[in-house]
Design a protein around this ligand. Structure first.
Ligand code: ADP
Length: 673
């Protein structure tokens, strides 16, 4: 509930719209209630064929007569009381006096109720005289016309209210999604790998939608429906508050049941949303890996996996539907029960001409059948808003579950601080130092241990080692995708953890092993490295990365779209585009992770030649399995099981480092083969 309330606070900037929607709801409810008051005059006119003026005059005369009689009764009782007071003091006299006093009070109460009724009739008479025609048919026509007008006005205010609420919700979700996205892109890389992108996608789309539904319920139904019920109940109270109260006795029961079902609903929705995340995960995996699915003919097993997840989702969804569907009939049953209770009591008063029920005074005069019908119509009219309200609890609880999931991410603080106030790093010109760096993704499973390495500005360092020895991880630490568990990384003497993060990343260009391209034009994909770059600069970068020629051969040259994740390009082409992107950035630190693994021998040679030039004045890290890429390196760092086992140049390492020898042998054998 706490998170749901926080989500509601997002609507604060639109409070005036909410206020107007409440006003519209009040007006709609008023017209809704007032429409039912037409029943009485209609029945009266049809039943007695009198006009309303005659009827109200008759009613006033009757009430006046009743008042006179009641007054006499009260006076007589008052006289009796006065006589008893004069009797000599005794216990019997005191008892008699107490008894008579009580009787007098009751009769006085009845007298004052009659006077109230007379006052009401007089007020009514004033309006009837002023507004109503004297002909009964014209009166009926006017009342029906007013009903139609009332319905139209009610409809207009309902429309106004709903569209305002819808607008507030859409604006609130707009802000919430923006906030969520902003938070998500600032989260550290670890959060993405921990929960997976599918989880974020699910929370971003499905959960926010459900949260929106909950909020729509709060601003819409929770305000409008009780107001409608209240309008009817207030008018019913005006007719007979005692009978109305009888109708309300079952309300606490209904509330109890609703809260119980609501709680189950929250649990059920949370499970439902988790299952939806699973579905997103499977969709994401199969669609993005569709080539592998097809090549390995795994369609059937993927279909089975999806079917199972879908079945689980269906089961959870069915439970939510069951809970939702359960509430309506329960509330309806209780509502009808309450109405029947009041009907039974009212019918007793009318048919037996009574004014008391089990000794409790219910009305000052015996009820007229028309009044009773009017009362029931009003009570029955409350059942519509109440039935609509029955789904409110469940919707809000679903919204709460969704809010918890959405705010889990909104509250998540990235482990890697952005340090906006930290010292800004100047363009790197001295050295990068790894000082006793240790790192693990999961506690107890060290990936890097005691890494000590100093790389001078302008140096090109190659990292070699078996797959999974920690090369990519080490360079990820330099980009601060993660922070080391122990030790520190210094750039020109400044600890990276203290420096302004943007100023660090701005001077690094990264070419990753799995090239990442966006579904945009070739031009924009290269310009991702530097948005302000001119066309000439982009073309130059493409030429340097040996990409210009193949780009020109594409259907629309630089304006060709590369497809989702660069699907329309070959692996080598993608690598060259991402190299062009890195070149364009003009970095002081260049990180190349297996950047030519898919290039043909000729273009690889050309790229190497260019890189030798480009690397001047920059510090370059190259991760490679290809030994001839090592030619561009000044030093080679050999890593094994997360430790640096040797640092040196090719010839020395061949002589002194057995691990390097084995790597070299394996590579030479592969080339010969
Ligand atoms: P290399 O680049 O040398 O091939 P990596 O640095 O990519 O190796 O990985 C080093 C080790 O860390 C591997 O054993 C790998 O399984 C593990 N690893 C990589 N990324 C993660 C991650 N996000 N969470 C947990 N373990 C990881």
């Amino acid at each position: 509930m706490k998170n749901f309330a926080r989500a509601l606070r997002f609507a604060w900037p639109y409070r005036y719209r909410v206020l107007f929607s409440v006003l519209a709801a009040v007006l709609a409810a008023t017209f809704w209630g007032l429409n039912f008051t037409a029943i009485y005059p209609i029945l009266k006119v049809l039943g007695s064929q009198q006009n309303l003026q005659q009827w109200i005059d008759g009613s006033i005369a009757n009430t006046q007569k009743d008042i006179d009689e009641q007054q006499k009764k009260v006076d007589a009782l008052a006289d009796e009381v006065a006589l008893i007071v004069k009797e000599p003091a005794s216990k019997t006299r005191d008892n008699k006096l107490r008894h008579k006093d009580r009787e007098l009070n009751a009769e006085e109460g009845r007298l004052s109720s009659l006077r109230d009724a007379l006052y009401r009739d007089r007020v009514l008479k004033r309006y009837i005289d002023m507004l109503m025609p004297t002909d009964p048919f014209e009166t009926l026509a006017l009342v029906l016309g007013l009903v139609l007008l009332g319905i139209a006005l009610k409809g207009f205010f309902e429309f106004w209210q709903e569209s305002l609420v819808g607008n507030v919700i859409n604006l609130t979700l707009f802000d919430l999604r923006n906030r969520f996205y902003r938070k998500a892109v600032h989260l550290d890389v670890a959060s993405y790998t921990q929960s997976g992108t599918h989880e974020l996608m699910a929370r971003f789309t499905n959960d926010t939608e459900l949260l929106g539904n909950g909020m729509r319920t709060i601003f819409g139904k929770v305000i409008a429906e009780p107001l409608r019920a209240l309008a009817c109940i207030l008018i019913a109270c005006w007719i007979s508050w005692q009978l109305t109260l009888m109708f309300l006795v079952l309300v606490p029961f209904a509330l109890f049941i609703l809260t119980r079902v609501g709680r189950s609903m929250k649990r059920a929705t949370r499970r439902l949303l988790e299952r939806m995340s699973d579905l997103y995960k499977i969709l994401q995996e199969t669609f993005s890996g569709i080539k592998i699915v097809k090549a390995f003919t795994r369609e059937a097993s993927e279909r089975r996996r999806f079917r199972n997840a879908n079945k689980e989702y269906y089961q959870k969804a069915q439970w939510v539907v069951t809970l939702d569907a359960l509430v309506g009939p329960i509330i309806e049953f209780l509502g009808v029960g309450a109405i029947l209770l009041a009907l039974l009591a009212g019918a007793f008063l009318v048919l037996r001409g009574q004014t008391t029920l089990f000794g409790i005074p219910m009305s000052c005069q015996p009820l007229e059948p028309e009044t009773l019908i009017q009362l029931y119509a009003l009570l029955a009219a409350t059942s519509d808003p109440v039935r609509k309200l029955s789904s409110v609890f469940t919707k809000i609880q679903s919204g709460c579950a969704a809010a918890d999931r959405v705010f889990y991410y909104l509250d998540k603080e990235p482990k890697v601080g952005v340090n906006t106030d930290g010292p800004r790093l100047d363009r790197h010109h001295q050295a990068i130092e790894f000082q006793n760096v240790c790192f693990s993704y999961e506690p107890g499973h060290p990936i890097l241990t005691s890494i000590d390495l100093t790389v001078k500005h302008g140096e090109t360092v190659a990292l070699v080692g078996k797959n999974g020895c920690g090369k990519t991880t080490l360079l990820g630490l330099l980009l601060r995708f993660y922070d080391p568990d122990h030790g520190a990384i210094l750039l020109d003497g400044v600890d990276l953890r203290l420096a302004n993060l943007r100023s660090l990343r701005r001077q690094i260009a990264l070419v990753t092993q799995d090239t990442i391209l966006f579904d945009d034009t070739v031009f924009n994909n290269i310009a991702y490295g530097r948005h302000s770059a001119s066309k000439e600069e982009i073309e130059l970068a493409a030429k340097q990365a040996r990409a210009h020629d193949f780009i020109l051969k594409m259907p629309e040259g630089y304006d060709t779209r590369v497809g989702e994740a660069g699907a329309k390009l070959s692996g080598g082409q993608k690598q060259r585009l991402s190299l062009a992107r890195a070149i364009l950035r003009d970095p002081s630190i260049l990180i190349l992770d297996e950047f030519t693994s898919q290039a043909d021998a000729e273009s690889e040679l050309e790229v190497h030649r260019f890189l030798k030039e480009f690397a001047k004045g920059r510090t370059t890290f190259v991760i490679t399995h290809r030994l001839h890429t090592l030619e561009i390196a000044d030093r080679i760092v050999v890593i094994d099981h997360g430790r640096i086992v040797a640092v040196g140049v090719h010839e020395d390492l061949l002589r002194t480092c057995p691990i390097y020898q084995r790597l070299h042998e394996a590579h030479t054998q592969r080339r010969v083969a």
